[in-house]
Design a protein around this ligand. Structure first.
Ligand code: ATP
Length: 324
């Protein structure tokens, strides 16, 4: 392997830049060339490439987003699109690829590898932490810290007015952010897609909380929770059934994807980038580089795509006890 291409694809996440920097500098360290591919697979199809030396990634370890930009590419889903991408890589002398993204991006990498035998390595970058084979995806820790910081602020106003706040956080299929940030911010209840708490239990818990003398309450709700009502319907439902509560809703939205990565995400990105490049140089391909029990570990892409990242049920119990 003489030249490695790196791209970011799918939703952006804090720590992607630190991972790009790590890939670029690990290539330089091993005296191989590195090419940055703009806008994910779409840039691969359009030949939007740039040579990247170790100085091209100065001062980005601390920046959110991705300097290579990210995109979703319908064209890469077609064999014709992938053929164009392959031809561009061959013309540019690129002979291996590091893909930083989520499971959709890994599926694209796997399909490409099967079609052309092109060596690929994945680095999990998504705030949702919903990828099998790693305890942490890039951006997850930063998102948790962002959410906790914001809920702390919401709590100030909630307790000044004796209000109940429903805070909706990202996570259509996974409750990792809701559960961990909820515990970290001292939420009374946490609703996640993996568990159906049930409306009755929610009302019961809120009643108990009021009776126990709490002056304010925060309920953290993942976008994809199973309770069957969106956050605004839930507000109406609770106000109808518990008139003693004055409910407000806060949907945190895209702010959760931005901001400077935490130290944890920067260190993780640095470690994953080194391992991704060195694994390719060792002749490995079609793996995702992740972290398991604080050790860097390779998981076949296929498993990373198909496997489910389970929620830690003990955390639900901890959350329950904490809201006593
Ligand atoms: P996020 O978790 O933020 O959604 P993701 O990587 O899962 O990130 P997707 O939009 O699902 O994001 O996928 C990113 C890109 O990967 C797609 O736009 C497409 O170009 C490529 N891709 C996804 N699935 C396939 C597939 N089956 N075949 C080829 N390419 C694919």
């Amino acid at each position: 392997i003489k030249k490695i291409g790196v791209l970011t694809s799918g939703g952006d996440a804090p720590g992607m830049n630190a991972a790009i920097r790590s890939v670029v500098r690990t290539c330089a360290y091993h005296h191989i060339e590195c090419i940055g591919i703009y806008r994910g697979y779409q840039g691969m199809i359009e030949g939007d490439f740039k040579e990247m030396g170790p100085r091209s990634v100065n001062n980005i370890v601390n920046k959110g987003g991705t300097i290579l930009k990210s995109a979703r590419s319908k064209e890469f889903m077609t064999p014709e699109g992938r053929k164009k991408a392959y031809d561009n890589l061959v013309n540019a002398g690129v002979n291996a690829l590091v893909v930083i993204g989520g499971d959709g991006s890994f599926t694209g990498a796997e399909v490409f590898n099967h079609e052309y035998g092109f060596p690929v390595m994945g680095i999990p970058g998504t705030i949702d932490n919903d990828i099998f084979g790693t305890s942490h995806t890039l951006g997850y820790d930063t998102a948790l810290n962002t959410v906790v910081e914001v809920i702390d602020k919401i709590r100030d106003t909630a307790s000044s007015h004796n209000r109940l706040f429903f805070v909706e956080v990202m996570g259509r299929d996974a409750g990792h952010i809701a559960l961990n940030a909820g515990i970290g911010a001292g939420a009374e209840e946490i609703l996640i897609p993996e568990e159906d708490l049930g409306l009755d239990r929610l009302l019961e818990s809120l009643k108990k909380s009021k009776a126990s003398g709490k002056s304010s309450s925060i309920v953290v709700i993942a976008e994809g929770d199973k309770i069957g009502k969106n956050v605004f319907e839930l507000k109406d439902y609770v106000e109808e059934n518990l008139p003693e509560y004055d409910v407000r809703v806060s949907v945190l939205g895209h702010m959760q994807r931005g901001g400077a990565p935490t130290c944890y995400d920067r260190v993780l990105a640095s470690r994953l980038g080194v391992k991704a490049v060195e694994s390719l140089l060792d002749g490995k391909s079609n793996f995702m580089v992740g972290v398991l029990e604080d050790k860097i570990a390779l998981t076949p892409l296929e498993q990373a795509i198909k496997g489910k990242s389970e929620i830690d049920m003990e955390l639900l119990r901890v959350s329950d006890i904490m809201s006593t």
